[in-house]
Design a protein around this ligand. Structure first.
Ligand code: ZN
Length: 440
């Protein structure tokens, strides 16, 4: 493939992304007429719920309008295909970058001007990030903008969405370039053991991002303010105090400018804790639901899920880096010369490294999902015991069906769910309620 062909493909991808953007508002009008809301439940309805968990779960599920279920099933199942398509597009982008030798040409040009290896490497890594993003732009725009509007889940018009997108991209570019540069230094200096140090560095990097995220990154996208409603705040702080979470305030943020999704988190690592909930949760749910959701989030903190996550992912990353090291060495022997990659520490091979890593991540998807899902089950159990809001928990999970298929098969859940299926979570709440039964 010639360099000219590469630029032609890149231009085509940008044009395709622009067409998708142009079509987005049209589809949104179409779909918003079809949105079916879940009718709110009354106290009388809750009082009449049967004690049997399966029957009570069925009563909750029966409140889902058929159109709403069809829509969220289609949205979520489409996501399965998008994972496959994303994987294939990533591999194709890597292949285009390698066979056009576009990075080889850039490397040779850079070396004519400067022999500072760290600088040349950083520029090559940044160029790889930029060029691969251009090649995947149509899919990105379709998935993150067009499709979210198509399903009535997004509120942002293209301008603000694109500005968030660019900001995200700029951050990824700076942080990613620094991190990958470091990995290449390790690859050059520690030829035999770089894969272990790569995993160690990745875990340290993830911990660092978790540490600075709440304070320095999240406020770039949303405004965080202290929650002023004491009626909402005090019960949350009471749950935090009761479980030893070092938080003295609750913050709210304006997620509604991006989407309708209800969400909250208790983030923090190394002794810090930030209790935060979004304005959609405040607007769209009742106090019992808020308490159930915040109980769940406090659970992640109290149960040290951040550390479990780092440890488990550390192990999975060591295995991943080992796979990448072996397969990279094999691929270099075979195609290294054709693609102009001098040795393993040459950043020109980055598209190949990225492709191999994505193979590992793709194959391991169910393992990553199951790891996270197990923690979510624990947080649900913690949340319901702390908040004691069984119906609040069930009601919140019923609302989450707008972007998560409510009742998948077990095999589907194993492969694709990083949270338990909504129906199972409602059942969990009703089971707890049955064991703590008070005559209504
Ligand atoms: Zn959770």
């Amino acid at each position: 493939m010639q360099k000219k062909t590469f630029w032609l493909i890149a231009l085509l991808m940008l044009a395709l992304a622009a067409i998708i953007v142009y079509m987005a508002p049209l589809s949104q009008n179409e779909i918003s007429r079809k949105v079916a809301e879940i009718a709110p439940a009354t106290d009388a309805w809750r009082a009449a719920l049967p004690r049997d968990p399966a029957a009570a779960t069925a009563a909750y599920m029966a409140r889902l309008p058929a159109a709403a279920t069809a829509r969220s099933d289609a949205y979520f199942e489409g996501g399965y295909w998008l994972q496959l398509i994303g994987f294939v597009v990533g591999i194709a982008a890597s292949w285009v970058l390698l066979s056009s030798r576009i990075l080889v040409a850039l490397r040779d040009k850079l070396e004519q001007h400067s022999q500072r290896r760290w600088l040349n490497n950083a520029i090559l890594i940044a160029a790889f990030t930029l060029l691969s993003s251009i090649l995947s732009a149509p899919l990105d725009v379709y998935q993150r903008y067009f499709r979210e509007h198509l399903y009535g889940l997004a509120n942002q018009s293209f301008g603000p969405w694109f500005s968030d997108f660019l900001l995200n991209f700029a951050l990824a570019m700076v942080v990613g370039t620094l991190f990958i540069s470091l990995i290449f230094v390790v690859m050059r200096r520690l030829v035999q053991t770089w894969w272990i140090w790569g995993a160690v560095l990745s875990v340290a990097f993830m911990a660092f991002m978790m540490l600075i995220g709440p304070t320095y990154i999240d406020p770039l996208f949303n405004t965080y303010t202290a929650l002023s409603d004491e009626k909402v705040k005090q019960p949350i702080l009471s749950m935090a105090r009761a479980n030893g979470v070092p938080a003295d305030n609750v913050y709210q943020f304006d997620a509604s400018k991006q989407s309708n999704r209800i969400s909250a988190n208790v983030s923090g690592i190394f002794g810090s804790a930030a209790v935060r909930l979004n304005d959609n949760l405040l607007k769209r749910t009742s106090q019992p639901e808020i308490e159930a959701v915040m109980g769940h989030e406090l659970g992640h903190y109290v149960l040290n899920h951040v550390y479990h996550f780092l440890l488990t992912f550390g192990v999975l990353l060591v295995v991943g880096f080992a796979f990448v090291k072996t397969s990279y060495a094999w691929a270099l022997r075979r195609w290294g010369q054709r693609w102009g990659i001098r040795d393993q520490a040459d950043p020109v091979g980055l598209p190949l490294l990225a492709a191999l890593f994505s193979v590992y991540l793709f194959v391991m998807t169910p393992v990553f999902n199951t790891t996270i899902r197990s923690s979510e089950v624990e947080a649900d159990a913690f949340g319901i015991n702390t908040s004691q809001q069984a119906d609040g928990m069930a009601e919140a999970h019923l609302k989450l069906t707008e972007y998560r298929k409510a009742n998948p098969s077990d095999i589907e859940e194993f492969f694709f769910y990083d949270h338990p299926a909504p129906k199972k979570r409602i059942y969990m709440a009703m089971r707890w309620k049955a064991e703590h039964w008070q005559a209504p």
